[in-house]
Unconditional design. Structure first.
Length: 334
């Protein structure tokens, strides 16, 4: 399998970033766990998320914050926390490189054997890392460990409790089927993963549900392990609800505000499913079963694929200027 791009190649592609915190002064021992937190204009919930990470009972971790050139008070919040805890490495990108690229950057900069992706508006219980590390330490074949989840609202009130089992099934094609379901919220994306496994699958790409593709490829390697206790708090609020699928693509690729390029995100998602399957080393018979599940998933997407085409035509008729203006409206990025 192809390895993920190296840190140096990412630096060349994306430019240098200001680093403050744990990288200054003497180089510290390599931590066991790295947490990558990618953020853009996250001032409303960022401090709460950072507090939940720093309150972990498992202490041997680093927190890599990649600030995507935020324009609110996010830089001040990050710098304040980095100044008081040497486990924090804070990077501020000189330009907005896009949401997924920023998430990938946090992984490429990580040094730990285990990696957890964190969102600026989610929280974790104090024993999250301790419980997940214990599972990975005791089970060398487990590559992804996730926990039960509480869904919370803007005021941190619990609205739902979930036990996400997608990816834990014994059969490969059953794992594809469950992760591909739209009612799966991909909670395992924010579980604890072996860095070795992450570097052997294709990183997220710039389209909707790219995290679902990554999870599927990981699930084709090994079943996920689920700790049923809810230790993850997934926040659902107005700021992270999709409003405009075309405008949302500017969150992935801010350069669209200048190029006005027409994007067909569901077609790219379908293509990535097929690419993912072609990369996987699995038994031929099971590959046929998995291929059937991928085709079934693409068939369920048919309405969205049609909308892509229709909206692509509308975007074309807007002209480059109209497309750029639509992409520039950050209220459409959610």
């Amino acid at each position: 399998m192809n390895s993920a791009p190296s840190t140096s190649s990412v630096a060349r592609d994306q430019g240098s970033a200001t680093c403050r915190g744990g990288d200054s002064g003497v180089r510290r021992a390599t931590p066991k766990v790295s947490i990558g937190l990618a953020v853009y204009n996250g001032e409303q919930y960022l401090a709460e998320a950072l507090e939940s990470i720093l309150a972990q009972t498992f202490r041997d971790f680093e927190l890599v914050i990649c600030d995507n050139n935020s324009t609110d008070s996010t830089p001040e919040i990050c710098a304040r926390y980095a100044a008081k805890d040497t486990r924090i490495r804070y990077y501020r990108n000189p330009i907005n490189i896009g949401g997924v690229r920023n998430e990938n950057r946090s992984m490429f900069l990580a040094r730990g054997s285990y990696f957890k992706l964190a969102a600026h508006d989610d929280n974790i219980a104090p024993r999250f890392l301790e419980e997940c590390v214990a599972v990975l330490d005791a089970n060398p074949d487990v590559e992804v460990c996730s926990t039960g989840a509480y869904f919370i609202d803007a005021g941190s009130n619990i609205t739902e409790t979930r036990t996400p089992r997608a990816g834990t099934e014994d059969r490969l094609h059953h794992r594809i089927r469950s992760i591909a379901r739209f009612d799966d919220a991909c909670e395992a994306t924010y579980g604890l993963m072996r860095m070795r496994a992450l570097k052997e699958v294709r990183p997220q790409t710039n389209h909707l549900h790219s995290d679902r593709i990554v999870l599927t490829e990981l699930a084709l390697r090994r079943p996920f392990h689920l700790i049923e206790i809810p230790l993850f708090y997934k926040r659902i609020h107005e700021g992270n609800a999709y409003r405009d699928l075309r405008g949302r693509m500017a969150w992935f690729q801010p350069e669209l505000t200048l190029t006005g390029r027409i994007r067909l995100p569901h077609w790219q998602q379908a293509a990535d499913y097929l690419t993912m399957l072609s990369r996987s080393r699995i038994d031929p018979l099971e590959r046929l079963r998995c291929g059937a599940e991928v085709l079934r998933c693409i068939w369920r997407m048919r309405r969205y694929l049609a909308i892509d085409v229709v909206d692509g035509v509308r975007m074309f008729l807007r002209g480059k200027g109209g497309r750029c203006r639509r992409y520039m409206d950050e209220s459409r990025w959610r």
